[in-house]
Design a protein around this ligand. Structure first.
Ligand code: Z57
Length: 830
């Protein structure tokens, strides 16, 4: 092996050659070269990881042409850059996705086969970058895929956590958390940019001084300074010729700061400062809702926002010599309130560092920023205790006070005498202990505020942001979430992809409204059998994985009834448990009972500090043990808790589902995106009128969707009338029996204490109205069982679900953001 790495020549001739016939040869050569020159391994000693790395580098090389071309557009002042600020990017494994988007899956498979390697095995070798908790982080990843596919210049900015979301193990039925060491074997997809670094100040105090022009200015004297270093990952569009950028910041010590301390002999302090610096990007907070008062979390948010805005300022100044036109260069989207400190930081950069007048700076800030809200749960709205905020970001607190003063003055001018209104709108919560309300900061500092599903946006306007909506209705938009069909169909469900493409061509991958072209085949016998065969094969594959990971044997002919998502009481995993216990009891009461065989598959992580969520996991496993081992059940019901639900596992689960469980209390789930992944893969949904379920049902047709439960309006009426769960408990026999069994120790070897907190919660509070929705859910599940027995009808419904899901592509969502919020356009084709 003497040749240099076989990189496709940047010359067009080389790319054409590579894209056509000799792609396989070129890949073979490239893999061998990387094995030798990058991994420094002779063939005889190469491990599976060596092969994976060699392949990954060979694939990355093939992204460089488009990437470097796209990066050069960042300097083109005509093009607006979308900047997606997110504390989480749940990208999932890169290799498979890049092979799909570059269109080289088959050449890669062939090249490896000739080398005696199995592509699927190498795909499994990648440790996914789990830099997110759940829906919000995964949405950011889908949006990057769509931005690149739609040729929109974009940068995703976030944090390069050294440890992402923990790996979940199940021990004795309980969740155990294991540190996610995703960088252990190296990360071939990122490129460190040691020259792209910014300093970020922390703590200290502010001082006033008079500048050379005689103006009073503010100086922030921090007590710590840290450095952010850029790590870049290319994000290839689906055969679009554009590759966008994911730029994540790693925190490091600032050499100069260290050095000072070292000079005065304070070695220990210097090391301490280094440790503090490196702590900032150390670990992802594993909660799907905020922990208030965690200084490090605020430090993380400010750290990545400051690095990102400084980077945007640098890029803008490569295009223009003044920051006046900053808003024409960048559209900055705030993914929830986590990056909302950007409002104050952009003001600080403009006013303190670039000598802007307040009003001009404010105009630029609002024109640049827009805010997406992802939750209505009051406990999930971020707020920071004032003293904590002041100790970390003293200058920002002053700026926020000034923003707030001017904002409330305007409010008072228009709504004279309404002091209540001003107090409700204030960025500072003054009811008792004082807090900075981040959703208010984000709303005041943005030119657009959006919810993530139609119902969610309506409820936002009526509840958490009601006062903002009333004074500025023109700021509000809805952009219903979407997911990328590249990862969630083409990559994860090749069988279905092949079948669909045989019938209607492959245009649907970028234009999923073309899936409607499947409708003429709904009743077609041959097509139906092929459809069933694909689903059956996906179920068999999953059954194999379930056996390997849990030891439980499941029957691929049974109805795969799946509930996978973060564990949270509002998502009501325990309502599903009540359903399973009910079916179990029906069998126990009548061993001949006609129960449709089902496999119940649960998956999801609980926040490590969320006791009730962890208890729900234990309940699923304990109940499962009893049901699975009862001879009376005779394998008609099987309960599986699939450990460590993440993107990789999701790619196996969604394609194998018959039934998608979307059973949150109406009004609580902002959108949901798992609901879309299931339906796109031919699962039917049982769900409440919550989040995007409402729109999914509208699209697929009410007759192809199993609806149950209270509406959001009924939920709030019921609650305001004084909800008493005991009433339902008293009236519903099957419900009472199930709850009594949990309380009585049937699933805990007689221990009545174990699930008592859960039972007590249900009977005395039941915040999420499980008891009120129980009967409707059970009845609806009986309809599901009946429907599943009519195979032909079920298959038709499944096909229609896929055919009508086009709306839920993230491409559609991104087009809406581009036109309604960002005013951003695609790069012209070259
Ligand atoms: C998160 O994953 C979501 C909302 C949050 O406030 C936080 Br913090 C994390 C989720 C919503 O719960 C889903 O309903 C929604 O689909 C998703 O964000 C993406 O919008």
């Amino acid at each position: 092996q003497k040749s240099v790495a076989a990189v496709p020549s940047p010359a067009d001739e080389g790319r054409e050659e590579f894209r056509r016939g000799s792609a396989v040869d070129a890949l073979t050569r490239a893999i061998l070269d990387h094995l030798y020159f990058t991994q420094a391994r002779p063939l005889t000693l190469a491990t599976r990881n060596d092969w994976y790395m060699a392949l990954a580098y060979a694939v990355r090389d093939r992204m460089l042409d488009d990437w470097l071309k796209s990066l050069s557009h960042l300097r083109n002042r005509e093009l607006k850059i979308v900047s997606y600020l997110s504390a989480e990017f749940l990208m999932g494994p890169h290799l498979g996705n890049n092979l799909v988007n570059l269109g080289i899956m088959e050449p890669a498979r062939e090249a490896l086969a000739a080398l005696g390697q199995d592509l699927d095995e190498l795909l499994r070798q990648e440790e996914e970058p789990g830099l997110g908790n759940g829906g919000l982080g995964r949405l950011a990843a889908c949006y990057l895929d769509s931005l690149a596919t739609l040729r929109v210049p974009a940068i995703g900015y976030g944090i390069r956590y050294e440890f992402g979301i923990f790996d979940q193990e199940i021990r004795d039925g309980w969740q155990a958390e294991k540190t996610d060491k995703w960088l252990r074997l190296g990360n071939p997809w990122e490129i460190c940019r040691p020259e792209i670094t910014y300093e970020v100040k922390v703590g200290g105090h502010t001082e006033r001084f008079t500048d050379e022009k005689g103006c009073v200015r503010v100086r922030w004297v921090p007590n710590k300074v840290v450095k952010g270093v850029a790590y870049d990952t290319p994000v290839a569009g689906y055969r679009s010729g554009v590759t966008d950028l994911l730029r994540l910041w790693k925190s490091e010590a600032v050499e100069s700061f260290d050095f000072q301390a070292f000079n005065v002999g304070d070695y220990y302090r210097a090391v301490e400062a280094k440790i503090f610096s490196e702590t900032i990007s150390k670990v992802l907070y594993p909660n799907d809702e905020p922990e208030i008062g965690k200084a490090l979390r605020l430090g993380q948010q400010y750290f990545f926002v400051s690095c990102s805005l400084q980077d945007m300022v640098r890029i803008h100044l490569l295009r223009e010599n003044s920051l006046d036109t900053f808003a024409a260069s960048f559209a900055v989207q705030l993914n929830d309130t986590h990056p909302s400190i950007a409002v104050a930081e952009l003001m600080r950069l403009l006013v303190d560092e670039h000598q802007f007048e307040w009003d001009a700076a404010w105009q630029i800030t609002r024109a640049t920023l827009a805010y997406t809200n992802h939750t209505l749960l009051p406990e999930a709205l971020e707020k920071w205790p004032l003293p904590l905020f002041a100790s970390i970001l003293p200058r920002h607190l002053e700026i926020i006070y000034e923003i707030n003063r001017r904002f409330l003055d305007e409010v008072r001018l228009v709504h004279q005498g309404d002091d209540q209104l001003a107090a409700r709108l204030s960025i500072i919560d003054e009811n008792g202990e004082r807090y900075v309300r981040m959703a208010h900061l984000a709303s005041v500092g943005s030119h657009a505020i959006n919810g993530v599903a139609a119902l969610h946006t309506e409820l936002l306007k009526q509840t958490v942001l009601k006062d903002f909506y009333e004074i500025h209705p023109e700021l509000f938009r809805n952009v219903t979430n979407g997911v990328t069909p590249r990862r969630w169909m083409v990559l994860s469900n090749p069988g279905l992809t092949r079948l669909i493409t045989e019938r209607i061509g492959d245009g649907w991958v970028t234009n999923p409204d073309e899936l409607r072209g499947l409708e003429p085949f709904v009743a077609d016998q041959t097509f139906q059998s092929a459809w069933q065969k694909v689903k059956r094969e996906n179920k068999s594959v999953l059954a194999g994985v379930i056996k390997a990971r849990t030891g439980i044997v499941v029957d691929p002919a049974s109805l795969f009834d799946v509930l996978v998502k973060r564990i949270h009481e509002y998502k009501r995993q325990h309502l599903k448990v009540l359903h399973i216990i009910t079916l179990y009891n029906r069998i126990k009461h009548d061993p001949q009972a006609d129960v449709t065989p089902r496999t119940f598959i649960f998956g999801g992580k609980a926040a490590p500090g969320y006791f009730m969520a962890k208890l729900i996991i234990k309940l699923v496993n304990s109940m499962g043990e009893v049901v699975n081992s009862d001879p009376d059940v005779a394998d008609r019901l099987k309960v599986v808790f699939f450990p460590d639900f993440n993107v990789t596992n999701g790619q196996m689960v969604y394609p194998a589902a018959d039934l998608s469980e979307q059973i949150s209390t109406a009004g609580k789930e902002a959108s949901g995106t798992g609901n879309m992944k299931f339906s796109l893969n031919g699962a039917l949904t049982i769900g409440t009128l919550d989040g995007a379920n409402v729109e999914i049902r509208e699209e697929v047709g009410a007759e192809n969707f199993f609806l149950f439960g209270l509406t959001a309006a009924e939920v709030s009426d019921l609650k305001s009338g004084g909800y008493d769960p005991r009433k339902w408990y008293g009236e519903k026999t099957e419900l009472r029996e199930a709850i009594d069994q949990i309380a009585g120790g049937l699933f805990s070897h007689g221990d009545r204490g174990l699930f008592q907190p859960l039972v007590e919660h249900l009977l005395n509070r039941d915040d999420y109205l499980l008891l009120a929705d129980y009967q409707a859910y059970i009845d609806c599940q009986d309809r599901v069982s009946a429907a599943f027995r009519d195979r032909k009808r079920w298959t038709e419904m499944s096909i229609l679900n896929v055919a009508r899901m086009g709306k839920f592509s993230s491409d559609r969502a991104i087009r809406e953001y581009c036109s309604d919020i960002w005013q951003a356009s695609p790069l012209p084709q070259d």
